[in-house]
Each structure stands twice: as C-alpha cells, then as structure tokens.
Design a protein around this ligand. Structure first.
Ligand code: C2E
Ligand code: MG
Ligand code: MG
Length: 757
C-alpha cells in the first residue's frame, strides 16, 4: 500500500512545484499559486495517513493533526484556485467559513471514524469541484477538462469512503493519474492565458503608440525592432523602410554618437533610469529639424530594451532662433549687434584669455547722408560691413553697434592680442585706401579706431567697451584714419570699476598712500633745489601702484578731493619733519588735480594744512598740468591767485604735452614752467633744442623759471642747460626717492639748501 501512496505524494510534489514555477513566470495567473499550494498540501496526506495508522490513543494526535492540516489546507487552496481559474474569486469571509466548517468536521469525526470524516469532506470536495466544473464548462478546452478532473478527483475519494482501508491504494493510484492530468491541463491553460494577455497588451501598446503625434522607437541590441508611424513621419522615412539607429542619423557627430551609445547601454542596464536630450538632426531627405528626446528602459519580447520618445520641435526652435537672431543682429548689415557684442564680451571675459576690441567709427558719416540721402548712407554702411567681414577670419567677429559705429572682436587665446589687433587695424587701413564699391558710386572713407585690450584695458565687458569708446573718441580728434589705444586701467587686479572705487575708499581709510620725492637740481651746478612729491598707492596684493593708474579713477569718482587732502597733509608733515631734523630744507612741489582747483575751499584747506604742521608757504609749490589749466582757466586763475596770496609758488606742469596756449603762461599767476618729457626726450636733436630754447626765451620774458622734466641722459642735461633751462629733473639725476633716501640728498648738500631765489 505504501508504494501507491508515496507515488501519489511524489506526483503531488512535482505537479505543485511545476504550478508554482509557472506562477513565478506568469504572476498574473494567480490560480496557479493556489492550485500549486493545494497539491503541495496533499504531499503530506499519505505519510500522515501511514503515521496515523501506526499509532494508537494519544500518540495518534500529531499524525491526526497533520492529516487535518493537510486536508484543510488542500481543500481551501483548491477552492481558491478553482474559483480563480473560473474567474470568480472567493471572498475572505467565504474562505473563513469553509475553513471553520472543515475543521469542525475533522475534529468532530476524525477521532471516532476517519472514514466518515473523509466521506463528509469528500462531499465538500465534490461541491467545490462541481461548482468549478460548472463555471469552467463554458470556457476553453483546458479549463473545461480541469473542471471535469476536479470533479473526478473528488469522486476518487469515495474509494476510501466505501472500501475503507482496502480502497486506499486504489484511490492513491487513480488520484496520482488524475492529479498529473490536472497539472498538465492547468499549465496549458495558464500558458495560453498568458500568451493571450501578452498579445492583448502588445495589441494595446501598438494601438496606443501608432496614433501618437510623437515618435516612439524601441532599440534593442543595436537594432530598432519597433518604430511607430510618427517616428517614420518625423524622420521622413519611406513606408516600409527599416528604421535606422537614431545615433547613426546624419549630423550626429562622432562624439555625440559615442555619448548616445553610452546612454543607451546605461538605460538598458538599468544604471540610468531616464534620459532627456535634444539637438539638431536631419530628415531622410536632408532637411534640417530639431528634435527633443526622452528615453527609459522597457521589456521588449521579454528582453530589456530602450524606449525613445521623439518630439519634433523644429517649428518652435526655428521661431525662437529667428527671434533670437532678430534680437542679436542688426537688420541693415546682418552683423551681430551691440547686445550680441556684450554677450560675447561676457563670454570672453569670463574665459579669461586675452583679446582685442576695436571700435570703429566712420569719419564725417553725416556728410554721406546729407549729400546723397539716407539710402546711400545705408549702402555705404553695408559695403563697409562687407569689408569688415572680409578682413577677418574666425574666431574674429565683426559687429555693428548702431549708426556708423562698428566693432571687431579679436580673440587671441595664445599670442599677443595687441600685435594681432594692430595688424588687423593696419590691414583695414590699407583696404580702406581703396574706395568702397557701391552699385552707382565709389566712396573713400576714413575710420577712427579705439583699441581696448583684455585684460589690460578692463576686465568687465562694460569697462572694456567704455575704454574702447574713450579711445575711439580720442582717435576722432585726429583727422583721417587714426587709431588710439585705451589706457591701461588701474582696476587691473580688481575688475569692475565699482570694485576699484571700493578699493580706493578702503585705501584712503587705511592710508595706503605714500609720497616719494624726486629731486630737482640746479642746471648749472647740479645742486638740489627742490623735490617733487609723487604719490604711490601701496595696494595690498598689488605692490606700489603708479598714480597714472589710479588718479584718473579718483578723479572720476570724486575721491580726488580726499586723496588730494591726504597728499597735502603728508607733504606738509614731511616738510615739518625735515625742518625739525635740521638737515636743511628745499621747497617741495605737490601735484594738484584740476578737480581740486575747481573746489573754492581748496586754498583754505591748503592754508589750514600748512598751519597745522607749522609749514611756511615758501617751502610749498603747487604743480598743475597745462591741460587742466587750459580747461578750467577762469577757476584756475582765481584759486591760484588765492594761493599765491598765501605765499605759495605755482608751477605749470607738462608744458608742451597738450594744447599749449601761450596765453596760459601770461594769464596765470605762475613762477615756474616745467617742460614736458616729450619735448626733452628728442634732445639734443637740433629741432628739439630749438623748441626748448624758444620756450626758455618766452619764459624769461615772462619772468618764469624753467624746469626740464624727464632728463635721462647727460646729453639731454647739457642740451637743456644750454637751451636755457634753470632746473633739471629726471632719472639721470635721481628716480623718485623714499623719504630716507631723499633725506640723504638733503643731508649731503646742507650748504646749498635754502629758499628758492
Ligand atoms: P608729473 O607731475 O609730470 O610727474 C613726473 C612723472 O615723470 C613722474 O611719474 C616721474 O616719476 C616721471 N619721471 C621723472 N623723471 C623721469 C625720467 O627721467 N624718465 C621718465 N620716463 N619718467 C620720469 P609718476 O610719479 O608716475 O607720476 C605720473 C603723473 O601722475 C604725474 O606727472 C602727475 O601728473 C600725477 N601725479 C603724481 N603724483 C600726484 C599727486 O600727488 N597728485 C596728483 N593730483 N597727481 C599726481
Ligand atoms: Mg608734476
Ligand atoms: Mg610733468
């Protein structure tokens, strides 16, 4: 008897495991899990029955419990599975009732008569099987057979009910066959149902994607197993044509191709959950388009694949590009405009490499418009734009800033931006010596060019543009073609002018300014006759900064007032210190900005400063530049008059460097005129000597002393003395000196010092 029972157990085990394995692959077929579980529950019945047979009394209790658990578990799971297969799942409450009923029957009847207990539960089995068979009958073959088999299995239990012990082997043998058959029928039903589901889903997927407006492409193993109609339409692929891999599309460069392949692998492997990208592509017929993509991982035919959704954004992209073009280009010449220039300047400045900015302005352009009408003026501008474009090569760019103003931007990542810019300007000058060819006319034009260099002329776009503009305005003063370089700005180390102003203010607060003293010597015997105080900014992190770099900024920001007061205070303090030291004294000349002269309170300030330090007026000289005096002649005359009244000496600085007006010499209360280094430098050339001699003669007539500035060689010193200069100043005698060195000069010539004659 054991053999059929064990075979029954084994077959139940195999069928149960097979059904569970099938459920793992097709989770949607839940009935497989319940029916697999019911088979596994039955595995315990034959050994449980044999054990129960072999024991008596209390010892039979565990065997009985095992039998009850197996039987109850089997029937419950069978009911669940059969109901699930029929598509009428049982509720939790129904299951609870069934479990309670089964337990009650077994516990009541099993201790007294196992046959009767088995009979009663067989009735329940039959009820469950019968109901399942009825529900499954209208379904397909496998389901119908499963229903019949469930009834047959229930009926097979009657062998034991009627024959008792002698029917066990028969029941087990027939049950084995019926269970195996049921297992096969269920597996078949599950597989077919699963196939149906896949087909249905596939169908739904296709119906959904085929009608979408955006393209859907499935990529698997370097091929495209599916691309919807919209994808074909977007790429303009002829119907039936195999869809190529998107990264093999035209105008996807090698680098992008590599990136696309890496992205595809990352998505398929699950490393990347989602990806989005966009870019220009070409349609099959070569027309350009602009696409946006989104991609993620899917299962395709049970294997991982990438699903790419493609949106054709060409219209929107083109419209945006057209708007952007309009906003950044000049309508007349088609060149990029001022806002494009600012943007490019921003890019280049943040990149940090050197570049040149040339601002060009057509000389007397108004005349073209006046003489030939504005449309002729437009033609001239277009022709000039053409010349500019032809004169440059990428990455240089030509732009029109408005009216007759153009810009050339010349990035020079390696090399000399200044040399390259000058070469370009020279080339333009040569080209513009030829006339501009217009359909009906030929015109010769001149341009004035302002050149600013990054980073020397400014580090920020606005600052650079301002510098170039100032240089261009300067160039315009010269008739004909001319080029002017922007001055180096003192913001070199700091960037924006606002930042520079802040640094200047901090410098003033922290008294980072000091004076150095350059000796002036008597032209006849070389003895010390005076010092010129020259300011230096000991700027933290930047070393000693020259006044040429920060005085203009101090003037622009109005800080020159405080700076001038500080300088005057330091100079007076130094004169007082030398006086106290008793080593002798010479007059000290202090440079004064024209803006200080505009301030009516300036003479009062000088008087108070001298008084505070106990300095007599004869030891102080004021130097004002010739250009400043010329620009503000009336105010200068008044202030200088007030200072002369205080007893101060006044020197006219840089004479001959600017717009020299002899009238200035006559109309200002001056004692000294300083001839600018520009006139001294070419000496002893005869013509230079002649100029200096003429100035000396004039000064003599006006009773002015003459100082030659910037004397660098002995020959210059001799020539200046012979021409009639009274005093000499320059590197040949001494560079500007720190206080200690200046004190040595004073100490070396004690006998010679005294008030000027
Ligand atoms: P400046 O008043 O004409 O001063 C003479 C400039 O020529 C000084 O330059 C001096 O160092 C330089 N120099 C003197 N001898 C020679 C020479 O032989 N060869 C050459 N190449 N240069 C020589 P620095 O000190 O750089 O001053 C430049 C200008 O800045 C001054 O020209 C003056 O206009 C202004 N500045 C200097 N200190 C002050 C100041 O305290 N206040 C104001 N408002 N301006 C000042
Ligand atoms: Mg000076
Ligand atoms: Mg000077």
């Amino acid at each position: 008897m054991e053999y059929p029972l064990l075979t029954n157990s084994l077959v139940n085990l195999i069928v149960g495991l097979a059904l569970l394995a099938a459920w793992r692959r097709h989770r949607d077929q839940a009935f497989l899990k319940a029916l697999g579980g019911s088979c596994l529950a039955l595995v315990a019945t034959p050994p449980g029955y044999l054990w129960w047979q072999a024991t008596q009394g209390l010892a039979a209790v565990p065997a009985g419990a095992l039998l009850v658990a197996a039987a109850v578990g089997h029937l419950l799971l069978l009911a669940m599975g059969a109901a699930g297969l029929a598509g009428r799942p049982l509720t939790r409450r129904q299951l609870q009732w069934l479990a309670a009923l089964l337990l009650a029957i077994y516990l009541a009847l099993l201790p007294t008569n196992i046959q009767v207990a088995h009979g009663v539960t067989t009735v329940l089995n039959l009820a469950v099987g019968g109901a399942a068979a009825r529900w499954l009958w209208p379904q397909r073959g496998a389901e119908r057979l499963s229903g019949v088999l469930l009834v047959a299995i229930a009926l097979n239990r009657l062998w034991f009910v009627f024959l008792g012990e002698s029917g066990v082997a028969l029941q087990a043998s027939v049950g084995t066959v019926l269970r195996a058959a049921l297992g096969l029928a269920l597996l078949y039903a599950a597989l077919r149902r699963s196939g149906d589901t896949s087909l249905r889903l596939h169908d739904q997927y296709l119906r959904m994607t085929e009608n979408l407006h955006f393209g859907v492409i499935v990529i698997q193993d370097d091929r495209v197993p599916y691309a919807n109609r919209a994808a074909h339409r977007i790429y303009n692929l002829p119907a039936g044509r195999h869809f190529p891999l998107p990264w093999l599309s035209r105008n996807v460069g090698p680098a992008d191709r590599e990136r696309a392949l890496a992205r595809h692998r990352a998505i398929v492997s699950g490393e990347m959950e989602q990806a989005q990208w966009e870019g220009p592509r070409s349609r099959h017929d070569g027309r350009p388009m602009y696409l946006r993509f989104a991609a993620w991982r899917i299962e395709w035919d049970g294997q991982p694949a990438e699903q790419v959704v493609v949106m054709d954004d060409t219209e929107h992209h083109d419209a945006t590009a057209a708007l952007l073009y309009q906003a950044t280009h000049d309508g007349l010449t088609g060149l990029p405009n001022r806002s494009a220039l600012l943007q490019r300047l921003g890019d280049l400045c943040s990149h940090g490499s050197p570049f040149g900015l040339l601002l060009l302005d057509v000389d007397r352009f108004k005349l073209f418009n006046q003489a030939h009408g504005p449309s002729m003026g437009d033609e001239v501008l277009c022709a000039l734009a053409q010349v500019l474009k032809q004169s440059i090569e990428a990455p240089a760019e030509a732009m029109r800033l408005g009216a007759d103003e153009f810009a050339l931007l010349l990035p020079v990542p390696q090399g000399d931006a200044e040399a390259a810019s000058l070469a370009l300007a020279g080339h333009l000058r040569d080209r513009l010596q030829q006339p501009l060819q217009l359909p009906s006319h030929e015109f010769y034009i001149d341009v004035s060019i302002g050149l600013a260099l990054h980073p020397h002329s400014g580090r920020e776009p606005e600052a650079l543009l301002r510098s170039a503009h100032a240089a261009m305005t300067e160039a315009k003063r010269t008739p004909g073609w001319s080029l002017q370089r922007a001055e180096e700005r003192f913001e070199r180390g700091s960037g924006a002018s606002l930042e520079a102003e802040q640094a200047l203010r901090t410098g003033l607060l922290n008294e980072e300014f000091l004076l150095v003293y350059q000796p002036k010597v008597d032209a006849r015997d070389g003895s010390l006759v005076g010092f010129e105080a020259l300011v230096r900014w000991q700027r933290p992190g930047a070393g000693l900064v020259s006044p040429a770099e920060f005085i203009p900024a101090a003037e622009r920001t109005g800080l020159i007032g405080s700076l001038g007061a500080l300088i005057m205070d330091q100079a007076c303090a130094q004169i007082a210190a030398w006086q106290v030291a008793g080593a002798g004294l010479v007059p000290v000349a202090v440079n004064v900005s024209p803006l200080q002269l505009l301030d009516p309170g300036f003479p009062g300030l000088v008087a108070r400063t001298m008084a505070r330090h106990g300095v007599e007026a004869r030891w102080l000289t004021i130097e004002i530049t010739e250009t400043a005096a010329a620009m503000h002649l009336d105010q200068a005359r008044q202030r200088l008059g007030e200072m002369c009244a205080l007893g101060l000496q006044v020197a006219l600085d840089d004479f001959g460097a600017g717009v020299s007006s002899l009238n200035i010499l006559r109309s200002l209360p001056l004692q000294t005129v300083k001839i600018d280094r520009l006139l001294i430098d070419p000496m002893p050339a005869a013509d230079a000597v002649a100029v200096v001699r003429a100035i000396c003669k004039l000064a003599q007539a006006l009773n002015l002393r003459v100082v030659a500035e910037g004397v660098e060689t002995e020959a210059q010193a001799e020539a200046a003395r012979d021409a009639g200069c009274d005093e000499l100043q320059g590197y040949f005698f001494s560079r500007p000196l720190a206080v200690a060195d200046a004190s040595h000069w004073l100490a070396r010539q004690p006998a010679l010092v005294g008030a000027p004659t």
